[in-house]
Design a protein around this ligand. Structure first.
Ligand SMILES: O=C(O)CCC(=O)c1ccccc1C(=O)O
Ligand SMILES: [Mg+2]
Length: 339
């Protein structure tokens, strides 16, 4: 089988800037991919690189796409080097769709919502969203003491009847001292909530230390009750297999759009099913379709999916092939109108 590829480069501002330890992020860039096979079948994929998370840059991805031949075969995609994991994902997603197209049931999953960093946390009206099982707050954005204060003020304002799991994501921005201070607080709060029989818990602290600080990440996970989740440390399937080989038993955040070919994700990830927190990289609607398809394939039920990013990047939920095709057409039209 062979297929004709088409690519569409998008640049989309977030509805509001996203603040993390890496700084303020305002625009998401990516590439939508459309393949049409010799028999007229179509398949869609998304290339949504994030160099800060170990992938190629958008420029490198675009150059790669532009140099592909007008007709591609399975081997063309299998030969994409591991240095282009976002291209591997987007093209293999589109190729797979030519022959396989699962029906998604997005309503069967629990989601994790993203809360605004810093003082804006205190302006979030309420957390009661029935499909949301967890909420994430980005830390290591403001000075440590200030964030501890804001966090505790926010906890005090929560409705004691509302069940909630909380994820704290430092994006590698703490040091050993501040990480221990957060974990001491989290352990104390978790045992207090338990005593009070409240259905509230700090689910995990995500990537407290820089990605390479493996020894201390392991030490923290041994020294505290509150789990440590790895994110930036597991920025590729190879890195994932490394930490698993070294005995990591805690949660790992996986952003599929950054992690390579569909077929490889489908063979590697099932082994670690109980540890996987599947997560968005603020990709568009087509990449999101792929993440949901993977979540369904892996039957992930332990951790809420980190896809509740709609306050920053709301994307339509696409399900049928016709909906994906319409989305593609619309994206191209918008481009025509703005250029
Ligand atoms: O994982 C989630 O719940 C939301 C997604 C998220 O936090 C995120 C989104 C884009 C890039 C990096 C990250 C991250 O987890 O650090
Ligand atoms: Mg993270």
């Amino acid at each position: 089988m062979y297929a004709y590829p088409r690519f569409f480069l998008y640049q989309e501002p977030f509805r509001q800037p996203l603040k993390t330890h890496h700084g303020t992020w305002r625009i998401r860039e990516g590439i939508y991919v459309r393949l049409e096979s010799e028999s007229g079948e179509v398949g869609f994929g998304e290339i949504a690189p994030l160099p800060a998370f170990g992938s190629e840059s958008i420029g490198t991805a675009w150059t790669f796409c532009a140099t592909l031949p007008n007709t591609i075969i399975a081997e063309t995609i299998a030969a994409i080097p591991d240095t282009l994991p976002a291209c591997q994902f987007g093209l293999s997603q589109a190729w797979t769709q030519l022959t396989e197209f699962p029906h998604l049931q997005p309503e069967t999953f629990l989601y994790c919502g993203l809360l605004p960093a810093g003082r804006d946390l205190l302006t979030v009206p309420q957390l009661a969203k029935p499909s949301y099982g967890a909420w994430k707050w980005k830390i290591a954005v403001l000075p440590h003491a200030r964030e501890l204060e804001i966090f505790q003020a926010w906890l005090g304002s929560l409705n004691p009847e509302t069940p909630v799991k909380i994820r704290l994501d430092a994006n590698g921005g703490l040091n050993l001292r501040t990480a221990r201070a957060w974990l001491t607080l989290c352990d104390r709060l978790n045992s207090q909530f338990q005593q009070e029989q409240r259905y509230i818990a700090i689910e995990f602290l995500e990537q407290p230390l820089p990605p390479q600080d493996w020894v201390n990440l392991q030490a923290l996970s041994n020294d505290f009750q509150t789990p440590i989740a790895l994110d930036e440390t597991v920025d590729s399937l190879t890195a994932l297999e490394n930490v698993m080989g070294l005995g990591w038993r805690g949660p790992v955040v996986i952003k599929p759009v950054l992690m390579g070919a569909w077929s490889r994700l489908n063979t590697v990830l099932p082994q670690y099913r109980s540890q996987i927190v599947l997560s968005s990289a603020l990709e568009g609607a087509i990449g999101r379709w792929g993440i949901l398809a993977l979540a369904q394939e892996l039957n992930l039920t332990r951790y809420a999916l980190g896809l509740g990013v709609d306050p920053w990047r709301p994307v339509p939920v696409l399900n049928t092939k016709a909906e994906l095709a319409d989305f593609w057409k619309l994206a191209i039209q918008v481009f025509r109108h703005t250029s």
